[in-house]
Design a protein around this ligand. Structure first.
Ligand code: ZN
Length: 323
C-alpha cells in the first residue's frame, strides 16, 4: 500500500464511504431527497425506497457518465440531497472530487458497485485502482449490489427498515426472473455467432454471465479516441467468423460502429447494425426502457435476435417499443 498514488488513495477512500456510519434523519423529516448519479442506480433506489423517499437522478437519458462534468447547479443539487447514491469504480470519472467533498462534509454517500467483493468484479486495465464499473450489466451482481441501497436508505429512516427489506426482496425476485429470461434467450444464439461487438467496453460482465465473447472499439471508458488499428482488427474478426451484426449504444456516438459495418462491407461481408443498446444510460424516463428492467430486456432481446437467437420481438413482458 506504500506505493499508492494520491489518486489510488482517493479512490480507496471513496470505496470506504459506503462503510462509514452516518446519522439517521430526525423522526419528523419525511421523504428525504435521495439523489442518484446515474439512472441504473436511481431506478433501484426508487424501487427500494418507494414512497418513503424523494428520488432524483442527476445524469439524464443518453448522457455518457464517463464524460459527465457537473455544473455548479448539479453540485448544488448534490450538496442539497439527504443521501447520494453513485455507481463508483470511476464510472462518474469527473465527479470524484465533488462526491468526496460531499462525503467529507458528512453527507451519506453510497458507492453501490464498490460495495461488492472485489473478487467478483472485473479488472480495469485503464485504472488499476478501480474495477470495471459496468456492474449493472449483470442482473445477478446488480441484485446483490442493491443490498447497499436498502441499507443506505434504512440507515437514514431506520424505523422503516422492514419496508425497505421487503422492497429489496421483491426487486431481487424480479431481477432473478429477468436473469432467467436473459439466460434463455442469450443461450439460443448459435455458438459460432456468440460475439458481441459494441462501441465501448461496457458489456464485460454481461458477456461473462451469458457466455459471449465481447469486443469493442473503445475501452472501459469513453475518454480515449477510437483508433484505426482497433477497427481493422475487429473488422477482420467479423469477416472471419461471419458475424451478422454489431451494436451501437445510446450514450456513445455511432460513427465508429458504422465504420465497422463499412469495413466489413468492403471485404464482402454484410454486417447489420443490430440495434442500439442501453449501455451506460437508461431510456426515456416514464417508458419501460427508462427502467433498469426495461433496459436489460431491450438489450437481451435486441442482441439475441440480431445474432441469430430467438426472443419475442416485444421482449420478456411484451412491453418493449416496437423496433
Ligand atoms: Zn461505460
Amino acid at each position: 500500500m506504500n506505493s499508492c498514488s494520491a489518486i489510488t488513495r482517493r479512490a480507496l477512500g471513496l470505496g470506504l464511504l459506503a462503510l462509514t456510519p452516518f446519522p439517521a434523519l430526525a423522526q419528523n423529516r419525511t421523504q428525504p431527497r435521495a439523489l442518484s448519479t446515474v439512472a441504473m442506480v436511481g431506478d433501484l433506489v426508487r424501487d427500494i425506497g418507494g414512497d418513503r423517499i424523494r428520488p432524483e437522478t442527476l445524469i439524464g437519458e443518453g448522457v455518457d457518465p464517463h464524460l459527465f462534468r457537473p455544473t455548479r447547479a448539479d453540485t448544488a443539487r448534490l450538496l442539497a440531497a439527504d443521501i447520494i447514491f453513485a455507481n463508483g469504480h470511476r464510472l462518474e470519472g469527473r465527479m470524484g472530487d465533488v462526491l468526496a467533498r460531499a462525503a467529507a462534509n458528512g453527507k451519506p454517500v453510497v458507492m453501490v458497485a464498490e460495495t461488492l467483493p472485489r473478487a467478483k468484479l472485473r479488472a480495469n486495465p485503464e485504472y488499476p485502482d478501480a474495477a470495471d464499473p459496468h456492474v449493472w450489466m449483470d442482473p445477478v451482481l446488480w441484485a446483490e449490489a442493491a443490498g447497499s441501497i436498502a441499507a443506505g436508505i434504512a440507515r437514514l429512516i431506520p424505523d422503516q427498515t422492514s419496508v425497505f427489506e421487503a422492497n429489496l426482496a421483491a426487486l431481487r425476485a424480479r431481477l432473478a426472473a429477468l436473469h432467467d429470461y436473459g439466460a434463455r434467450v442469450m443461450g439460443s444464439i448459435p455458438p459460432r455467432q456468440r460475439l458481441l461487438v459494441t462501441a465501448h467496453d461496457a458489456f464485460g460482465y454481461f458477456s461473462a454471465r451469458y457466455g459471449l465473447e465481447v469486443d469493442s472499439i473503445q475501452g472501459l471508458s469513453t475518454e480515449s479516441e477510437a483508433n484505426l488499428a482497433r477497427i481493422e482488427a475487429i473488422v477482420r474478426g467479423l469477416v472471419d467468423r461471419r458475424i451478422p451484426a454489431v451494436f451501437a449504444e445510446t450514450s456513445v456516438p455511432d460513427r465508429a460502429v458504422r465504420a465497422l459495418i463499412e469495413g466489413a462491407g468492403a471485404r464482402g461481408q454484410r454486417v447489420a447494425l443490430g440495434g442500439t443498446l442501453f449501455s451506460d444510460s437508461l431510456g426515456k424516463p416514464g417508458t419501460y426502457e427508462g427502467t433498469y428492467h426495461g433496459m436489460m430486456d431491450h438489450n437481451f432481446t435486441t442482441i439475441a435476435r440480431a445474432l441469430g437467437g430467438e426472443a419475442p420481438a416485444r421482449g420478456m413482458l411484451g412491453r418493449l417499443a416496437a423496433a
